[in-house]
Design a protein around this ligand. Sequence first.
Ligand code: ADQ
Length: 461
Amino acid sequence: MSRLIVISNRVSAPRPNDPKGAQGGLSVALAAALREYRGIWFGWSGNKVDEFTGHIDLQRHGGVTTATIDLEEQDVDEYYNGYANRTLWPLFHYRIDLAEYDRSFAGGYERVNERFAGTASPLIEPDDLVWVHDYHLIPLGAQLRERGLKNRMGFFLHIPFPPSRLMVSLPFHEGLVLSLLAYDVIGFQTEEWLESFRHYVERELGGRCEPDGTIHVGDRSVHAAAYPIGIDYQEFCEAATSERSTQAYDRLKKSADGRHTIIGVDRLDYSKGMEERFLGYRRFLEEHGDCRGKLFLLQIAPPSRGEVHTYEIIREDLDELSGRINGEFAEVDWVPIRYVNQGYAREDLAGFYRASEMALITPLRDGMNLVAKEYVAAQDPEDPGVLILSRFAGAALQMKDAILINPYSKDEISDAIHTALTMPKEERIRRWQAMNESVKNEDVVAWRRAFVGALEGAGKG
Ligand code: ADQ
């Protein structure tokens, strides 16, 4: 059996009970995937050094071998904070107003991808399958090929792929997308992002897309398809019924004091639509004065990417907005928004999800959104809560029994909260059962089997 070499920007060893818990969805999903495969998880350690040495730190944690490298400060500024998070992340989330184009970012991105290729390639044996993750490492496959690697290589994009008309606003966009064709398999979260990619290939690269997923550009043929990521359903259900989770459940129920809890859990990021969510909730409080004091919004949002200015701004904006709404509506014994800026262990989160009558998940654009799936998995089958979900999250394509809303509309958010509050139990159960089936069947195991299966079947590059 071939080994699997997973390469992603960050590597975090699987520690499900890490109380800091602010791991993104990517690391949570990969830890689960790697447990079953022999192989290596390669990436940046998260540490900065004065000078790049290419030294690889090999370790073994929880059945997974990790290989990490340190980067220079300038690398981190230009590649991670710069091109990845100030150029590609906003652009790929349709926010060209926030995307910054800077020559030094693009140069740093190329340089760090080369550093990844140079240090990872000696670890890769001829039969290994190579699986590269996400927007930080798009050109890596091409750079590994330049070093003579003929392995089967796949790339999975965890975030949306933007429509061609937005993509062309990126300087040198053709080069970036062409570099994707060095992979044998290119995976997207949903058919929608796949469609944008295919459109780009035909329109901008003069390529040809076949109905079976094969894409031809020049003499290169690759396979591009949708592989929707899921959660580790089994592990999450166990977490939701653990003792620690029960304690978290009790803690929230006790403090709710008979009030309904609406929960939101997101990394602090503008793509998650928290500002719009708060405003929609405010609209609900205005329109339904009789409900004030009977429910509250618990928004858990650990800060992320604090070195990027836009993230400082979103944090300030949310502090201000939650304070304003609380000032406007709070009573001596009731606060409408509990806004918490910290991460929690998965068991705690599972308990909070289970104790919440409703989840309000309203990203303006999201590759998938695993929180929506976790919320469903954590529910009590006899008395499940209601999921309100943005139609612009990739997860909405699989979770049609959620209350789907337009996150830009305060009215839709307000109406959805009211519908959820008054929804009969039979309907809650019916909707939850349908969603739970898909979360359970389309889990992280199915995701990695589908992707790795496609990679195993791909012709050598
Ligand atoms: P993210 O943008 O990080 O992931 P998401 O899919 O929602 O978004 O995953 C977040 C993960 O972090 C969840 O597992 C959640 O439980 C955890 N988390 C969030 N807040 C937390 C807190 N306060 N404490 C502890 N854990 C917390 C990117 C893409 C998504 C895509 C994933 C996976 O942006 O669209 O679904 O990758 O592909």
